[in-house]
Design a binder for this molecule. Structure first.
Ligand code: TXA
Ligand code: MG
Length: 316
């Protein structure tokens, strides 16, 4: 069942208090929300997502004050990043407060916190008052949803209510920064880049090492369409099209080639590209083509978050 905002936020709030699942829009992707204080609600959430129990979820709040109540201590770096980027597409990993359940952290001693910017998410979180666990509202390992229809296509009757807030503005998941280990580590690139983070922190942000906590979005085959996909440079694209012909569906910067039936042309600018990416992957995934060919964007820092998702989508 899908409903617009307004009074339906009240309905969503009641369902959440009863331990049910409500999908809601955020500025990044749609989240599948559940009461983060309820073990039963989180068990339901994991069952519907098909997510392994040791994978932590992000907990969402209406404001930074509420979010930080879930942290044992809040380092200065967290205050700085929150002041600059919340509400917004940033998740902070902090040491968890004693009341935070193992069932949201996957048994780790840290918790992921985020204050989303979407007005409907904010309205829901403010009405609910507490924390809402909200992984992307797709089955585990699949492409994240950026419209209410994507959520319905994936989860059907398994979700009790879908709040429809239109297409997501950012289009890819939040940037995740781990501040639980004394220095900032970028666990997942997103709309907020390393350069912006470093400008606020006044120090370099490192990339994950072997000690980094588990992030399901960092599994190689995450965010994957069902159709095998290949990431190819501009010249290789031409050769692959010649080889595959109409067996291919193409996501590219260039104009369509008549040998291919399903061709989506993407923006040459990373922010606009990210916004369209998941809807495009879903559309091409539904064409029955044998192979998705994705023209690789340039390997520049501003493309990092998009490239990260494309590399995971292209398993072949
Ligand atoms: O943009 C987003 O972050 C979206 C929207 C709905 O807010 N949510 C999202 O959630 O992408 P999910 O569960 O699909 O991805 C959350 C990622 C996972 O890779 C998870 O492993 C990681 O965050 N994560 C959560 N808590 C963590 C923790 N304590 N330590 C390390 N990673 C954590
Ligand atoms: Mg996800």
């Amino acid at each position: 069942m899908t409903e617009a905002g307004g009074v339906n936020v009240g309905k969503a709030e009641r369902l959440l208090r009863a331990g049910r699942l409500v999908a809601f829009p955020t500025e990044t992707v749609y989240g599948l929300g559940a009461d983060a204080s309820s073990k039963d609600a989180i068990a339901r959430l994991y069952a519907v997502k098909g997510r392994p129990g040791d994978h932590p979820v992000i907990v969402h709040f209406a404001d930074a004050k509420k979010a930080f109540e879930w942290a044992r201590e809040v380092p200065a770096a967290a205050h700085k990043l929150a002041a600059k980027f919340w509400p917004g597409p940033l998740t902070l990993i902090l040491q968890r407060a004693p009341h935070v359940g193992d069932f949201v952290t996957g048994g780790q001693d840290t918790v992921g916190l985020r204050v989303p910017a979407h007005p409907m998410a904010h309205e829901l979180l403010a009405a609910f008052g507490g924390g809402l666990a909200a992984p992307s509202a797709n089955r585990f390992g699949r492409v994240s949803p950026t419209t209410a229809q994507h959520v319905r296509d994936d989860l059907g009757a398994d979700v009790d209510l879908v709040l429809d807030g239109g297409p997501c503005g950012v289009g890819i998941e939040s940037t995740i920064v781990d501040l639980s280990r004394g220095h900032a580590v970028l666990l997942r690139p997103g709309g907020i880049g390393a350069v912006e983070l470093e400008a606020v922190l006044g120090e370099p942000v490192s990339l994950p090492d072997a000690e980094a906590p588990r992030v399901s979005g960092s599994l190689p085959a995450h965010y994957a369409p069902r159709t095998p996909a290949r990431l190819v440079g501009g010249e290789a694209l031409e050769a692959e099209i010649a080889r595959l012909g109409e067996a291919a569906a193409v996501l590219a910067f260039s104009a369509p080639d008549e040998r291919v039936d399903f061709w989506l042309r993407m923006p040459k600018e990373p922010v606009a590209y990210a916004q369209k990416l998941y809807a495009a992957l879903r559309e091409l995934d539904g064409t029955g083509s044998k192979m998705l060919l994705i023209e690789a964007p340039p390997d520049f820092p501003e493309w990092r978050a998009v490239l990260d998702r494309l590399r995971r989508a292209a398993r072949d």
